[in-house]
Write a protein that binds this ligand. Structure first.
Ligand code: ZN
Length: 441
């Protein structure tokens, strides 16, 4: 028989809450249904916690504790990314079928697994008559995947109520196996900061015209030159402090030959930086701001010279760099004042949350209690989460999903064959439950 809390996860994964940047393309009925189904699955939670709706389908629950001095916020989001048409899913993406001891479907890892695990933990505790020592807020966004405004509005609502969270936990991080070559123990990675996402558009305007009488160095060529220059010039690389700490903590579990390097990571920064860059695109991204040239447009016809050529650049800004510094770097690298640089979106990297105080200690010791084989450690998150908006009202923002995930599972996020182990889900519920129980006075 299926575990009752797993059945709840299945019911909610089956509702295709796919987000879209274009509001007209959103299946509002699915979102309505999700909110209604959540209320059906978690009656105690909905009866006892105060609910404020934010944005279209964002949910902000308030669970009054014995004190409201040091409130804790648990976050998740209820929207999911679309399923690509020919993606070779082994099982239907909105079927939530159980195969090989796992629930398969879009959103099981990102982020309905977390959302449902939080709700099950709260429901269990309510049934036990438990009251947390501090206020607990649950903030569930409805448009995380399209950088929508629901998290921003939740932050506004909390600010309006004068809530200053002690700490916040959102998605990102995991009990990650195969996280580092040669380290056999899983690593409980807790994101203490995330890169900033900024997008620029490079544009060259000029005279278009007939392709039979071309002039040299037209807009398209100038743009192409700018892009190749940008591709050649990287920003300075280094290994940030949380990564040093991550390496240090993994050192005792690493192959003997690597241990001294990892244990003394802080003194070996230049060597480490070069090693990470040489190890491939993914480790290299841990050391610096990255520039990805994404969109590209020019002439619409083969026999027409473009009068405007444009390219989009998606930038992930490393902790320590700034939006202004990045724009300056692009301008200098391109070195052509005919290339216009427009900022389309900008986000600074998030401030680094402390990983040497009581809040992190609570997260860490709860990891050790529920996952005794795991090494808890801070890390720098490469992707963006809704929690970045919470850094405005809270200095301790952590990104951690208490689920065991293999490398293949981590790669399935935003891709295909996303699945969450049934046992992993149950452990995750226990983690949230223990965390809430252990919140001190
Ligand atoms: Zn997510």
């Amino acid at each position: 028989m299926t575990h009752p809390s797993v059945a709840k996860l299945q019911a909610l994964v089956r509702i295709p809450t796919v987000s879209n940047r274009d509001p007209d393309l959103i299946d509002v009925a699915a979102f309505d249904e999700f909110v209604a189904e959540l209320a059906r699955q978690f009656p105690m939670l909905h009866k006892r916690l105060e609910l404020t709706r934010v944005d279209t389908h964002g949910l902000l629950f308030h669970w009054a504790g014995r004190s409201s001095e040091r409130p804790v916020v648990l976050m998740a989001h209820l929207d999911v990314v679309p399923v690509e048409e020919d993606a070779p899913w082994q099982h239907p993406p909105f079927g939530a079928e159980i195969h090989d001891g796992a629930v398969w479907g879009r959103g099981t890892l990102d982020d309905k697994g977390e959302l449902v695990a939080i709700c099950v933990a709260v429901e269990n505790l309510l049934e036990l008559g438990f009251t947390p020592e501090q206020d607990v807020w649950l903030s569930f966004g409805c448009n995380e995947e399209v950088s929508g405004s629901s998290a921003v509005l939740a932050v506004e609502e909390l600010r309006r109520r004068g809530v200053e969270p002690w700490f916040v936990i959102d998605e990102g991080g995991a009990i990650a196996s195969e996280a580092f070559p040669g380290v056999s123990a899983p690593v409980g990675v807790v994101g203490v900061t995330e890169k900033g996402v900024t997008s620029l558009e490079l544009r060259v305007d000029g005279r278009g015209g007939h392709a039979s009488t071309p002039k040299r160095n037209g807009p398209t060529v100038r743009l192409a030159k700018a892009l190749t220059k940008l591709d050649r010039h990287q920003m300075a690389a280094s290994v940030p402090e949380p990564t040093i700490e991550l390496l240090r903590r993994m050192a005792p579990h690493a192959p003997r030959a690597l241990r001294p390097l990892m244990a003394n990571a802080d003194k070996m920064r230049p060597v480490l930086t070069r090693a990470l860059i040489a190890a491939g695109a993914e480790p290299a991204a841990m050391t610096r701001t990255t520039f990805a040239i994404t969109t590209l447009s020019g002439s619409p016809a083969l026999n027409v010279i473009a009068s405007t050529a444009k390219a989009g650049v998606n930038i992930r800004i490393m902790v320590g760099d700034t939006v202004a510094g990045v724009i300056d770097h692009v301008r200098k690298s391109v070195d052509d004042d005919q290339v216009e640089i427009d900022v389309i979106e900008q986000n600074e990297p998030s401030p680094v949350s402390p990983y040497d105080d009581a809040a992190f200690g609570l997260i860490e010791s709860t990891i050790t209690e529920v996952f005794p084989d795991a090494i808890p450690a801070p890390y720098v998150m490469m992707a963006a989460t809704d929690s970045r908006f919470f850094t405005e009202i809270c200095s301790r923002v952590y990104r951690f999903a208490p689920f065991r995930m293999t490398k293949a599972q981590r790669e399935s996020i935003h891709s295909y064959d996303e699945h969450l182990g049934v046992d992993a889900f149950i452990d995750g519920v226990r983690w949230y439950q223990r965390l809430i129980e252990r919140i001190p006075r």
